[in-house]
Ligand binder design. Structure first.
Ligand code: PMV
Length: 328
């Protein structure tokens, strides 16, 4: 009853921003991401009849109570499918620093449910795995698949049609995402709280909903037709609109730091000098820069020169989540 899984994180080109059902984690809009090969989580799950509760170790040490409760809640959904209540020891290691806030919940919950399902001998399809991952963290629904992935929002109240669907696999098109990590400290508004506050109070949220389908269509077409300018322009605009909603929330907030703006400005300068580069940001201060493989070395060097950038992670399209059962 033990298995290990690796899942790769993803960065959204069209953001998931807002829930229509908080308990089931159902989104108010569809989103689309690239699974990234340089940021991943490896998790082992061992179910053990002699345990009285779940234990969760993260990056080599015991995780806190809140994180352990989220792991238990995600495991409960897998246990329900298997018809068991047995507790588990979970050991999870992130490739990059968890505190950097680089979409570690996406790879984390995708790896967790993939390993847990394998450990319990459940033979689930990708849709079932994606739904389980979604219930841990919405963005994790996309990390079950490799390459370019759409989280279709679905219409069912039970969420059975709200899951990741692959748009194109990791061999379809090689583009590069460079995550520029800035000095962050711990973030003060989680993605969960930030999206709730925005949906509830920001008058700009309507504008977000009004334009997100158009952005999705352009990003999809950019990927399928390998049109980098179309993809980059639509993704950058979509990210900026997501962040604009937070400024009009009550109380207002922003994830941007001075160093984030410095990276955005550098990307605009690169573009003016003829290098096709675009940026996007998640619910944190780091900036992810999109470029083509031939420009990656120049873009990465430029980002690393910036005083506010601590480190960079260069990713190409990454593979699907994968599990192996221990002892087989
Ligand atoms: O799944 P969560 O709660 O980590 O939400 C992530 C939301 C964004 O990163 C801001 C956007 C996205 O689609 O990944």
């Amino acid at each position: 009853m033990e298995a290990k899984a690796t899942a790769y994180s993803n960065i959204a080109l069209v953001k998931y921003w807002g829930k229509r059902d908080e308990a089931l984690i159902l989104p108010t809009n569809p989103s689309l991401s690239m699974t990234v090969d340089a940021i991943f989580t490896t998790t082992s799950v061992r179910f053990d009849e002699s345990r009285t509760s779940d234990a969760f170790r993260l990056d080599g040490g015991p995780a806190g109570q809140a994180a352990t409760r989220r792991v238990t809640a995600a495991l409960d959904h897998v246990r329900a499918l298997a018809g068991t209540r047995v507790s588990a020891a979970v050991d999870s290691v992130n490739s990059g620093p968890t505190a950097a806030g680089l979409a570690s919940s996406a790879s984390g919950f995708a790896a967790l449910v993939t390993a847990a399902a394998a450990a319990l001998g459940l033979e689930l399809n990708d849709t079932q795995l994606s739904i389980l991952a979604r219930r841990g963290s919405g963005s994790a629904s996309r990390s079950i698949h490799g390459g370019f992935v759409q989280w279709q929002m679905g219409v069912d109240a039970n969420g059975h049609d709200s899951h990741g669907v692959q748009v194109a696999d990791e061999n379809h098109w090689d583009i590069v995402m460079i995550a520029a990590c800035v000095d962050a400290g711990t973030k003060d508004v989680s993605s969960r709280d930030g999206m709730r506050r925005t949906v509830d109070t920001s008058p700009f949220y309507r504008g977000w909903l009004d334009t997100v389908d158009r952005d999705l269509e352009n990003v999809r077409r950019g990927i399928l037709e390998r049109d980098f300018e179309l993809l980059g322009t639509a993704a950058e605009s979509n990210g900026l609109k997501m962040h604009a909603t937070t400024l009009a929330a009550q109380p207002p907030f922003t994830y941007w730091l001075p160093a984030s703006l410095e990276v955005m400005q550098t990307v605009r300068e690169l573009r003016e000098s003829g290098v096709a580069a675009y940026f996007t940001m998640d619910a944190g201060p780091h900036v992810v820069v999109l470029c083509q493989p031939g420009d990656a070395a120049v873009v990465d060097a430029r980002l690393r020169e910036l005083p506010g950038v601590k480190e960079t992670f260069v990713s190409h399209p990454g593979p699907r989540a994968q599990a192996t059962r221990v002892g087989e």
